[in-house]
Write a protein that binds this ligand. Sequence first.
Ligand SMILES: [Zn+2]
Length: 255
Amino acid sequence: MPAQTSLFLCLKDNFGVLLHDPQSGATAAIDAPEAAPIEAALAKTGWKLTDILVTHHHADHTQGIGPLKDHHHCRVVAPRHEAKRIAHVDETVGEGDTVRVGLLEGRVIDTPGHTAGHISYFFPADKVAFVGDTLFSIGCGRVIEGDPEMMWKSLLKLRALPDDTRFYCGHEYTDANIRFAKTVEPGNKALAARANEVAGLIAAHKFTIPATIGAEKAANPFFRADDAELAKSLGLAGSPAWKVFAEIRERKNRF
Ligand SMILES: [Zn+2]
């Protein structure tokens, strides 16, 4: 049976998301930005929280873990290289490990750069990925603990997932990301189409994710740093892709 998801906002612009296995009844929260909206989503769906899958140690992804674990006695799975910085961890995982949520099987992908031990979770049977603050729709996370080359390699791993993979990210930043992306690739038609789509979603008070990996390849400049035309337009023809990525990221930091 296909997995089900529930998406909602936490804090100011964090996404909370639940992943539910209808066959076993198991339900995972991907990160725990804030306990109350997660509890509300559980009450609304009638799902019982069995697991929390953590992507990275930042407080806006972990501060709900304590109260949720107290209430639901759920298992907490966290990145191996950041487990010391996250409270209440039961199990640590890294690249290639399998994480089960009931009968759903996810694969762990190390995606360092935003933080040094950041991980993402990919569920191949349902083609759904949870990418935390590594990839955003039409954007990517700030490179805080890693370096640009590391972050670019992490983005390449996510870009290699099947085109029809739907991904859930940690923040609703799409609209602001589009405004920036248009300054980098003003002539990108896929980006213009995504901008129209997002304007419609926002007008209808809907979320702009999940997006697909295939659509991001065409429109997200951070996925396109190895595009020769893009490199040339930035004055970086012939530079390694990670240097082009670093330039785009630096421009976004200043935007
Ligand atoms: Zn973060």
